[in-house]
Design a binder for this molecule. Structure first.
Ligand code: C5P
Length: 297
């Protein structure tokens, strides 16, 4: 068998620097317009060969990820082996650090890291396009994590992507209220709030998304209305991040976490201090300039 005995890969969280919810498509899903970036805050996926047939999954880290067979990591491993026409005999280890159902794409990133790691473990049988298509079948946010760079524009369900040169890494702060904001409920409440009014047309100014000043100018998240209404601690925390000097501070994905991006660590740490007594869980991290490198042995 070609390839190493194990591959370990960090699976970063994502944030949406902009997330617009557009019209409902025939599929029932809404079209999105999104700007994705990744954070150093990451889970870790490890894949290794096993003497036993099948897919074995161990999860560590105390984040509830549900039954193993329903985990996206497990499903990614099954899908990978189907795609390459091989019977699986593999152990998967998942160390969770990214909170679940938080709008940070943790499950999607874990699935993408599993596909990348299994591809390396098996001597790269799949090319980039095949991995992207496998990822898109697993979930709308998965393909972003398979792109060449951790900064991209996205449309459709989030699977139509344009990978861009990354912005310089910046300190970031993530805060989570400890309660989930389910995606379906966020879309449903947004539709109620909007009523019959169509979403306003507000085209993404591509040419301005090449530096943090431009990104900050167009930072927005349509899910803030439903999320801030459902979880009252969020809006004041976003305001506190801005007052502490955040370049931009927004809800992450459809919630329930929020994040701020800062020019320097002092501003990020000042925001952390001002949020310390809010009861929100905090993570000091930074945006990524490149995807983590795999470790193989
Ligand atoms: O992607 P996921 O299946 O978790 O989404 C849950 C629900 O959110 C969907 O059933 C759909 O009602 C809504 N949704 C949507 N448009 C999207 C993504 C999700 O309307 N792009």
């Amino acid at each position: 068998m070609n390839g190493p005995a194990f591959v370990r890969l960090d699976a970063p969280a994502k944030i949406n620097l902009r997330l617009r919810v557009l019209e409902r498509m025939q599929s029932g899903y809404h079209a999105l317009e999104s700007v994705f970036a990744a954070l150093a805050l990451a889970d870790t996926v490890e894949v290794s060969r096993s003497a036993r047939p099948g897919v074995e999954l161990r999860v560590e880290g105390g984040v509830d990820t549900g039954p193993p067979e329903r985990n996206l990591v497990y499903r990614a491993a099954v899908a990978f082996h189907e795609a390459v026409g091989a019977e699986p005999a593999v152990c998967l280890g998942l160390t969770k650090r990214i909170p679940s159902a938080a709008g940070l794409g943790g499950g999607s990133s874990d699935a993408a890291a599993t596909l990348r790691a299994l591809n390396l473990l098996n001597g790269r049988p799949l090319g980039e396009a095949a991995l992207l298509m496998l990822g898109a079948r697993l979930g709308s946010d998965v393909p972003f994590f398979l792109l060449p760079t951790p900064y991209a524009l996205g449309w459709g369900r989030g699977e139509r992507l344009l990978s861009l040169p990354t912005l310089p890494a910046r300190p970031a702060l993530v805060a989570h209220p400890g309660v989930p904001m389910p995606t379906g409920a966020a879309f449903a409440r947004l539709a109620e709030l909007r009523g019959a009014a169509p979403p306003d047309a507000w085209a993404l100014p591509l040419a301005e998304m090449v530096d943090w000043t431009g990104v900050a100018r167009h930072a927005a998240n349509d899910f803030e209305r439903p999320a801030f209404e459902t979880i009252p601690s969020l809006a004041p925390a976003v305001t506190a991040m801005r007052e502490a000097g955040a370049e931009l501070a927004l809800l992450a994905g459809s919630g329930a976490s929020i994040f701020g991006v800062f020019m320097d660590e002092d501003a990020r740490d000042a925001a952390g201090a001002s949020l310390a007594r809010t009861g929100l869980a905090l993570w000091k991290t930074e945006t990524l300039g490149a995807w983590p490198e795999p470790v193989a042995g």
